[in-house]
Design a protein around this ligand. Structure first.
Ligand SMILES: [Zn+2]
Length: 434
């Protein structure tokens, strides 16, 4: 198949005007002039994309699929800080009430929503003690119908007792074992934080993941709470603790990283720890603005994530674009192409997926076709600004995952979206106690 757009973004930094892209066997086979590609491969289907850009699909490097069930929820006890957000609201009113049926409904809807808005790969972290065991399979069943690429994990934790702690670890290990050779569905290890997991629990989780050739993930310093807790109870900053017990490494994905000391930034940088940045949910929980520009200056691998809050990655990109400038009082900070890089190639690297996030020959054919009906002229040097600032999910026309169309003309092909919406509405009503 040959797709012929006005603009081809091979990556956030490499933009070609009037270049076409040939897809074969789930991979990018070639890029170049459409006339030359059509002459060389005359039997290929030709997809016209005049007035559009083709760019890599987004990688949402941190989502909670169940999160959508809480959108618009009436909060019984409004939180007054990050710790209170968990203690008074998120744990008792959401996570501890979830069951597999609710999470399955949310998984179908969010898979469709992410595809529809240009996301082709996501990393999910599920936390729902009442949905063990088998909840990750229930989620993956829905994402597979949509045809989106997903890495699934259960946020293992000791906060709900020893039995749940054990089940939560086994949920991850079973899922990782079951999906070792699957291109669309795979597993990774997650635990919650240092304030809900003991050292021995974290070490066991990490070692079991490494034994299965996969990586491990945790939320890190989402607000001031965890760092203060770690200094008080562990005698060290969170990341220093992780360094001292051998966790900080290129096998570690640390999400959030909002309230960090300079020493912690140094630990991340020197250990090769990867980071997922969620600008919008950091604001939601009153966590702060993460020092992402400082991490990028240190060449840390950073991806962007929605945290299950606002799942349109165009909105997430705007959050990163604006907040870093405001934090540093510097409009040159975190330019649009750097934000687009984090949303594509950076996210793929953060999730340890090779050959994903660029549209170069030999790389995975995950891409989006975006309508460019903008009111101003388009230039190669500013097309990243045009995309990051003045496009949204509803400008995405077509989406391809693994060389297969999953969205055509704005319609998700594998999921009945209206039925998915109705299911979420019913299950959210049950979660909210209505
Ligand atoms: Zn999260």
């Amino acid at each position: 198949m040959i797709i012929c757009p006005d603009w081809l973004l091979i990556s956030a930094e490499q933009v070609e005007r009037s270049a076409a892209i040939r897809i074969h066997d789930g991979l990018v086979h070639a890029t170049g002039s459409s006339a030359a590609l059509i002459a060389e491969f005359p039997d290929d289907e030709v997809v016209e994309a005049a007035g559009c850009a083709v760019l890599p699909g987004f990688v949402n490097s941190h989502v909670h699929l169940y999160g959508t069930l809480a959108h618009g929820i009436v909060i019984e006890s409004p939180p007054t800080g990050f710790a209170s957000f968990l203690d008074d609201y998120w744990w008792p009113q959401v996570e501890d009430r979830l069951d597999r049926q609710m999470i399955s409904a949310a998984s179908a809807w969010v898979s469709a929503e992410m595809l529809r808005t240009g996301t082709t790969t996501f990393f999910d972290i599920c936390e729902a003690p009442g949905a063990l065991s088998g909840v990750l399979e229930a989620e993956a069943e829905q994402s597979r119908l949509a045809g989106i690429r997903g890495i699934f994990s259960f946020e293992a934790t000791e906060r709900a007792g020893a039995e749940i702690a054990e089940l939560s670890l086994l949920e991850n290990l079973d899922f990782i074992d079951q999906h070792q050779h699957d291109s669309l569905v795979s597993g990774a290890m997650s635990w919650h934080t240092v304030f809900t997991c003991s050292r021995s629990f974290i070490e066991r989780a990490a070692n079991e993941a490494l034994a299965r050739n996969t990586w491990f993930h945790a939320h890190c310093n989402e607000g001031i709470h965890e760092g203060n807790w770690a200094r008080e109870n562990l005698g060290a900053d969170t990341m220093a603790f992780y360094r001292d017990i051998g966790i900080a490494s290129s096998s570690f994905l640390a999400s959030q990283c909002v309230q960090m000391t300079d020493d912690e930034l140094e630990v991340i940088s020197t250990s090769g720890t990867r980071v997922s940045h969620m600008p919008l949910s950091n604001c939601e929980v009153g966590g702060g603005i993460a020092p992402i520009a400082d991490l990028l200056d240190r060449d840390v691998t950073v991806g962007l994530g929605s945290d299950g809050y606002v799942n349109d990655m165009y909105e997430v990109m705007r959050g990163a674009f604006w907040l870093q400038k405001a934090r540093r009082l510097d409009p040159s900070t975190t330019p649009a192409h750097q934000v687009l890089h984090m949303a594509t190639e950076g996210g793929a690297a953060a999730l340890g997926i090779k050959n994903l996030g660029r549209l170069e020959p030999g790389w995975i054919a995950d891409l989006q076709v975006v309508n460019l009906d903008l009111p101003t002229p388009i230039d190669a040097s500013t097309i990243a600004d045009q995309l990051v600032l003045w496009r949204s999910g509803h400008h995405v026309r077509d989406v391809m995952v693994d060389g297969q169309w999953r969205v055509r003309n704005g319609e998700v092909l594998g999921i009945d979206v209206e039925r998915a919406r109705a299911r979420v509405n019913e299950e959210a009503g049950r979660l909210w106690g209505r």
